[in-house]
Design a protein around this ligand. Sequence first.
Ligand SMILES: [Zn+2]
Length: 509
Amino acid sequence: MKVGIAMMSHETNTFSPVVTDLDRFSGGRGTPLSGPAAVAVYRDTASCLGGYIEIAEANGAEIVMGIAAGAPPSGRVEDDAYEYMCDAIVTLAGEVDALLLDLHGAMATKTYDDGEGELLRRIRTVCPELPIGVSLDMHANVTRQMIDNCNVLTGYHTYPHIDMDGTARRAARTFFAMLNGDARPTMHWDNAPMLPHVMRQGTDDYPNSALQDQAKALEQDECLAVSLFTGFPHADIHDAGLSVVTITDNNPEAAAAHCNALLDQAWADREKFVYEVEPLAQSMARAEATARQSDGTPVVLLDHYDNTASGGTMDTTEVLAAILAAGLEDVAVFGFYDPEVVQQMMAAGIGAEVTVNLGGKLPMPALAADSTPLTLTGEVKLLSNGKFKARVEMSRGLTINMGPSAVLALPNNVDVAIISRHIEPYDPECFRCLGMEPTQRRYLMLKSRIHYRVGFYPITRHIIECAGRGVCTSDYAEVTFENVRRPVYPLDGPLTGSNLSREEFAAGR
Ligand SMILES: [Zn+2]
């Protein structure tokens, strides 16, 4: 049996000005990998494709590897890039007996709000009988169109996402059970009228920990797969937000009942998914106090409004400016996306003193104000090709490419990593490959939201969340939601103390 495997993965922040073209999906190669070259990159890695390859081979399938296109989160996908990827996957679909897809679930394009649903619809139009299995990110904004156009759909149970390969294995096992006639997967999907805050979605924390535990428990019992998607609120589309997909073996009533029970559980805990923003000045004061009392482990200054893995420009300067103004000493900063400054530093050479205009380069029309460049004078401390082998479980086996990279040494022992591709700091190797040992610093400034936990929780639990500026703002009031279904919690009230059911709330009662 020929089984096609392909990836088209992008989390779209519809407020992000960062352009999403085909090159962004190629890992810097110009066009995305496919065929044996893609198998070689992803085999035995902690990725969805790694999980698919493993289970397909274990089932004796002949793998036909299609396009492997994944882009760091950013703005709506350009139409020509989307059509290129869709055409490649629809063509693959016509050549195989079954298809396994690694999609994200929160992809919006310039034309389509539901990028994945549109892809699946096109495949089904051409190949109405083709069995299709799908794995999605926990941040997927799942739609009816996705569910109606595939047979099996699963999502991650963890955030940070350390079970991507496990999610693909779950999808593939159920999928092959179906192909072998051992199961008749029956899916049920629904969503709740709520936008859980990304800063409250980590699976180290209640309530998502309990929700995911319940999903996993159901998989040990009556369900083939259960996925609770916390959703991605910064993709302003109709179905953004929390949803659940349950799969049973030919038992639609049980699938619906378990789906509704999980949605009710999430809705009951909706207030715990709300995030309170702390003013930046207060965070800075708290950071200094925390460092004074620290056991020697570093204090993380989390610049969570500008997380590139949520579509941030990775070049806003407000938190770094506050760090410099407060005179904090011994700070390792990761990092800034600023290829221009990297080139300037490379031209100047190691050891040279340079004055640079760092960051604040990309206008952010979705916000009331842009970030402004910081004029900084320091020494070119290190230059690098910016490649490292990931060590944390989330990317195990993959090479991370930050592009040409540089470290700018500022007074007070403040070192700033500046890179040329958008990479979130979740693996401490991002510092180490640039000559900085994160465990030995007093402060670490990270442009991240939750994923940093996978690599930095083992180093420190002193975390100060710093409200800066950026298109993954943690203050929903800073952006205008136009497309998400209303009413939706917490954009619409009542915000506290209400006993409304999710159906009553959705009906505006
Ligand atoms: Zn995600």
